[in-house]
Design a protein around this ligand. Structure first.
Ligand code: FES
Length: 103
């Protein structure tokens, strides 16, 4: 595993949202209710990027077909074509006034 720096903590305001492509991962870093979250940016349903999806009540809504994913654990909370996989939620690491991730 290798550490990848992502963003200075001072830059994380409530509207923050940024995508990363690191070590083969498509990642979305966003802030929701003052808490930064790092999740997969590829929807498990049909592979659409989710970085423009709405976030409401702790859930990220895929902009393509509207599947909902819990930002705490990645679990799929609503789908319209049967069961769906969740997304991965990554542990963020604080180091020297920035956030990063081990991948
Ligand atoms: S691609 Fe995300 S819900 Fe279909």
């Amino acid at each position: 595993m290798q550490y990848y720096p992502l963003e200075k903590i001072a830059n994380l305001d409530s509207n923050y949202r940024r995508i990363f492509r690191l070590a083969g991962h498509h990642l979305l870093l966003l802030v929701h209710e003052d808490k930064p979250r790092l999740v997969d940016n590829i929807c498990p349903h049909a592979g659409y990027p989710m970085n423009e999806g709405l976030v409401l009540d702790g859930q990220l809504r895929c902009p393509m077909h509207g599947y909902l994913f819990d930002l705490e654990n990645g679990k799929c909370m609503a789908s319209y074509e049967g069961p769906c996989e969740g997304i991965r939620v990554y542990e963020l690491v604080e180091r020297d006034s920035e956030l990063g991730v081990y991948l």
